[in-house]
Design a protein around this ligand. Structure first.
Ligand SMILES: [Zn+2]
Length: 254
């Protein structure tokens, strides 16, 4: 479910980039980087599903989100293909890095990170949509919030955008893991999608891990939207909220 993907993205960023208690601090960032990054990572955790032109994500920030969706679908071979593979993680990271190189020098603000700002606008809009904070008809609000948050970071925050590629890659990775944990599986080795031999399909459990159509999964959460999925989503959301509060306290200097 979209909101659950978004929550796991935010929680993953808190865990990896946080330096407060109960976080890993593998990729430490400033407090503002932690806060904005958790929103951007929530959006990035929806990015793999932006391969579906009818999906809610494609309608999150019209017309930009539609264009991005069509582009992604064309390159990745349609829904739940290339964007749900191991290859998608380094590709998304590299793409975010390359776009992040686009910038403009200004006297007042120093370097203005246009590329990173644009990526952020899109991903913040995804996150808002994922969390149901913007609705179908409210594209003006989506643009306003996404641009405001991104411009604020670009111009005024002490936080720089160096973390953006890491954040995007992490979001994509947790989405793929999330889909693997529910039924359906993902084409992990795309563009290679090997199918198991016929006898394999008869073996319970194994035929969930390597599925008839060539997809792979570890469906311990059962169907999408199951009780087990909710049971995981609630503590994950609480953890992400904890990270956001810790980040705000850090920004206020406690
Ligand atoms: Zn997906």
């Amino acid at each position: 479910m979209g909101a659950h993907h978004a929550a796991t993205g935010a929680a993953a960023w808190v865990a990896v980039a946080g330096t407060v208690p109960f976080t890993l601090g593998w990729y430490p960032v400033s407090s503002s980087g932690l806060l904005v990054g958790s929103i951007v990572c929530a959006g990035a955790a929806l990015l793999p599903d932006a391969d579906h032109h009818a999906g809610t994500i494609s309608r999150s920030l019209p017309p930009l989100s539609k264009v991005v969706t069509r582009g992604i679908a064309a390159v990745s071979g349609g829904h739940r293909h290339g964007t749900h593979s191991l290859l998608a993680i380094p590709l998304a990271t590299a793409l975010a890095f390359a776009i992040g190189l686009v910038g403009l020098e200004s006297e007042t603000f120093g370097r203005i990170a246009i590329g990173a700002g644009l990526v952020s606008v899109l991903l913040v809009a995804y996150a808002l949509k994922g969390f149901h904070l913007t609705r179908e008809g409210s594209w003006r609000l989506a643009w306003f919030l996404a641009v405001t948050i991104s411009v604020a970071v670009t111009l005024f925050s002490s936080s720089r955008w160096d973390w953006l590629p890491v954040c995007v890659g992490l979001g994509v990775a947790v989405h793929i893991v999330g889909d693997m944990l529910t039924k359906g599986g993902v084409p992990l080795l795309w563009p290679w999608e090997p199918r198991p031999p016929a006898w394999w399909n008869e073996i319970p459990v194994l035929n969930d891990i390597w599925q008839r159509g060539g997809r792979m999964g570890l469906p311990i959460l059962g169907r999408t939207g199951s009780i087990r999925e909710w049971a995981l989503a609630i503590p994950v959301s609480l953890y992400a909220s904890y990270g956001a509060v810790a980040a705000v306290m850090g920004m206020l200097g406690r």
